[in-house]
Design a protein around this ligand. Structure first.
Ligand code: 8OZ
Length: 367
């Protein structure tokens, strides 16, 4: 029987345990979307995770949708991320960067030149984002032309190359939560009539092209993908047949031999049973077609659920989000069944050290 606390090898990565720090948006980047020195401390404090997936980091200036989220496309960003990866590695941890393009979940004030954000569609999402002037409704997007999509794929590939230069152990492509790739996947959003809209094979095309480009750049054994088959966040609605959609994605990804698939069960940060979906059937299909790939689960796991899901073989890795914000030594606390620090939710997004690097460990870090 496997234990949550046992080491595991996934692709090229040897992990000390099966506990993953989930990607967590914190909106504390400095000017020009450069990770701050506080981020170095924050990630280093959490390096006992078997694997850290960094906060979502935009692949291009156009990919940004929230104030002060970091990027992974400029020299300056790469140099700053290098300090993060070195600090995590110095403490024996592993870290991949999450590659993000928000698509239509953005605001003109966050876009280069103040122009419309891009998407699969020209229809605006019903939602808000956080800008320099506070919360604002997201802007009306411009539908990407077919001939622009190779440039989007190239932007992912460029960001993947930057990730390797920054010393990351790999990358996770953000295919979830109603952002650009999900805006192509779901027929609740994608209203295109070109080769990237309509049937499932067309809606999945951009994601597959992105995964091919990213794996070509960093290697399959260092690449993962995050999906959220039924998460309605960011006005994503529900696809008419998420089972068929994600079966197709899993089938098409098989030749790429990914290191892991990261699956959000239910609504991220919300109910696990938001909409009916047979995650276990998806897992079995993944395992049949991707024998080398790790199945990473996420959303609302507490200690016993995580121990049980690993022991039963229904997952290889468990990603914790909010518990990792409030508990830098979450692995140790889970190991000894210690109480967890409460999360200060008012300090999640933006600001400085408070609510970021000041959560206490059981033992002083480094002791
Ligand atoms: C919370 C706030 C802003 C962005 C996601 C990247 O849901 C996010 C995100 C979460 O995937």
């Amino acid at each position: 029987m496997s234990s949550l606390f046992d080491p595991i090898r996934i692709g090229e990565l040897a992990l000390a345990n099966r506990i993953v720090m989930a990607p967590l948006t914190r909106n504390r980047a400095a000017a020009r979307q450069v990770p701050s020195d506080l981020a170095v401390t924050y990630y280093a404090q959490r390096a006992s995770a078997g694997l850290i997936v960094s906060e979502a980091s935009q692949i291009s200036a156009e990919g940004q949708g929230y104030l002060d989220s970091p990027g992974i496309y400029s020299r300056e960003q790469v140099a700053a991320w290098k300090k993060v990866t070195e600090a995590v590695h110095a403490r024996g941890g592993k870290i991949v960067v999450q590659l993000w393009h928000v698509g239509r979940i953005s605001h003109v004030s966050l876009q280069p030149g103040g122009i419309a954000p891009v998407s699969s569609t020209a229809r605006r999402a019903n939602g808000k984002t956080f800008t320099r002037d506070g919360f604002a409704p997201v802007s009306e997007p411009r539908a990407l032309r077919t001939d622009e999509l190779p440039r989007i794929v190239a932007d992912y590939r460029h960001a993947a190359r930057c990730a390797m230069e920054a010393g990351f152990d790999g990358v996770e492509v953000h295919g979830a939560n109603g952002y650009l790739l999900d805006q192509f996947l779901r027929d609740s959003i994608n209203d295109r009539d070109d080769d990237y809209g309509g049937p499932i094979a067309n809606r999945a095309r951009l994601l597959i092209e992105v995964m091919e480009a990213v794996t070509a750049e960093v290697g399959s054994g260092r690449t993962g993908l995050r999906i959220s088959p039924v998460t309605p966040s960011n006005d994503a609605g529900q696809d008419s047949d998420p089972r068929a959609l994600f079966d197709h994605v899993i089938d098409r990804l098989a030749p790429l031999k990914l290191a892991f698939l990261h699956v959000i069960e239910g609504a991220t940060g919300g109910a696990r049973d938001i909409a009916p979906f047979d995650f276990e059937a998806l897992r079995r299909r993944f395992k049949a077609l991707h024998p080398q790939g790790a199945w990473m689960v996420n959303n609302g796991y507490h200690r016993q659920m995580a121990i049980d899901v690993i022991a039963s073989g229904r997952a290889d890795l468990v990603a914790f989000g909010r518990p990792f914000i409030a508990n830098p030594d979450l692995v140790q606390r889970l190991r000894v069944d210690a109480p967890l620090n409460p999360l200060r939710t008012s300090l999640l997004y933006g600001g400085g050290a408070e609510g970021y690097t000041d959560y206490p460990s059981l033992e002083p870090v480094g002791a």
